[in-house]
Ligand binder design. Structure first.
Ligand code: URA
Length: 426
């Protein structure tokens, strides 16, 4: 071996090092990610390393190097041909969180350019890309050329990762989804921040979730994740705005891919659930204000609400769906989307008030029925999900419906048991 040649990659040694709580060098992190991309590191080895990271963590240097390696596994979008201010948002994931489907066209309808790279379902949470695939024909992979053309023409794009954009995160994301290695601060930060660097926006807001229905269970953990994302972003030259929001009950009423698209459409028409509209507008307002479109945050809120109610946000969503080959008619005719195998109702056993709705149990039920993956190869049933008829604080009579269940072909009784446990009524 010549002195200048690279040392041979030994994935097992690197897994062992992290298992023994060692600290990686940048060369080691690069070797792991390059090895994954060239198939020299197998996915079972990567899964073992991810578990070691979950147990022993990465420090800020290691997290930054991992983020950089994700970015370098593909390339950064060249936005020099885009006219206007390019902005972006990202959520760390929650149950019923379809804010991307609302915020992206909403910001574009306000005149900003929204360049968004999204992921699939992760753990118990749904993913924007799986939701968009519920729209028949919708193409989630957009190449550089079409990305820029669509940004200029429509004002917004939502694309999946691909061989061009953070492919290493895409591979690792799939593994994390099915190996219980999602909820680690560094893995989340590297995954989120790398996609924000690649999409290249000037103004980016991250919505960091905490609570039963999020990966961060406490406010302290959410603050730590926000700090880490901002620190890694800063080290890599990307300023990030962060917001923290609770996830103690599902956001909105719908959980499940097609159902969430339909609820986002209602919200884009100004007829959505209040909590979903309020959070979407608050996050978008931060971007609008930061971009200098308004003098105050209150003006930004008013401007965005006007776009929800005058039809322009929905018109922009339709234009985006059309540009990405989706069936626009399906947005207003749910019979054109994948249908559940059956719909049933869960009645309230008592008269009283809804004290809590456990988002984790709701999400697990939807995942079990086929709305999410248990293995990498699983195909999603887009028609599966639930629609809540109540929120925390609702008063309900005995026998009234708590939620509608849109069931797939499997695991109905287990899902029903989880859903029945999800409600605390008093
Ligand atoms: N969103 C991402 O893109 N990655 C994560 O790890 C979590 C949320």
């Amino acid at each position: 071996m010549s002195i200048a040649s690279k040392p041979k990659l030994n994935a097992v040694r690197l897994i062992e090092k992290k298992r023994h709580n060692g600290t990686h060098t940048q060369a080691e992190i690069n070797a792991l990610i390059e090895g994954l991309m060239s198939d020299e590191v197998k996915d079972y080895q990567m899964a073992a390393w991810l578990m070691a990271v979950c147990l022993n963590g990465l420090n800020v240097d290691e997290t930054t190097w991992l983020t950089e390696a994700f970015v370098k596994s593909g390339h950064v979008l060249d936005l020099s041909g885009v006219q206007g201010t390019v902005v972006d948002k990202h959520s760390t994931g929650g149950v019923g969180d379809k804010t991307t489907l609302v915020i992206v066209p909403l910001l574009a309808s306000a005149g900003l350019k929204v360049a968004k790279l999204s992921g699939r379902g992760l753990g118990f949470t749904g993913g924007t890309i799986d939701k968009l695939e519920a729209i028949p024909g919708f193409r989630v992979e957009v190449d550089d050329k079409h990305f820029i053309e669509q940004l200029n023409k429509v004002g917004c794009v939502i694309s999946s990762q691909s061989k061009d954009f953070t492919p290493a995160d895409a591979l690792i994301y799939k593994l994390r989804d099915v190996t219980a290695t999602v909820d680690n601060l560094s893995l989340i930060a590297a995954s989120v921040v790398s996609k924000k660097i690649v999409a290249g926006a000037e103004i980016i807001v991250l919505d960091i979730k905490y609570g039963r229905g999020a990966f961060m269970k406490t406010l302290d953990e959410a603050n730590a994740l926000a700090d880490l994302c901002r620190e890694v972003g800063e080290r890599l030259g990307k300023a990030l705005l962060t917001e923290i929001s609770p996830m103690e009950e599902p956001l909105g009423l719908a959980v499940g891919n097609a159902l969430e698209v339909l609820e986002a459409v209602q919200t884009l028409k100004g007829q959505g659930p209040k909590d979903l509209e309020d959070l979407s507008v608050a996050l978008a307002a931060r971007v609008v204000y930061q971009a200098g479109l308004t003098d105050t945050l209150e003006q930004a809120v008013a401007l965005l609400k006007a776009h929800l109610h005058d039809g322009s946000a929905f018109a922009t969503f339709k234009a985006m769906v059309k540009a990405q080959h989706g069936d626009v008619e399906a947005l207003e005719d749910e019979s054109l989307m994948q249908q559940p195998d059956r719909i049933s109702l869960l009645p309230s056993p008592i008269t009283g008030t809804v004290q809590s709705i456990d988002p984790l149990l709701v999400a697990q039920a939807v995942q079990l029925m086929g709305g999410g993956r248990m293995k990498k190869e699983d195909k999603i049933h887009h028609g599966v999900g639930v629609v809540l008829h109540v929120k925390v604080g609702s008063f309900i009579e005995k026998g009234d419906t708590l939620l509608e269940i849109y069931a797939g072909g499997t695991h109905y009784s287990e899902a029903l048991a989880l859903l029945s446990q999800a409600f605390v009524l008093a």
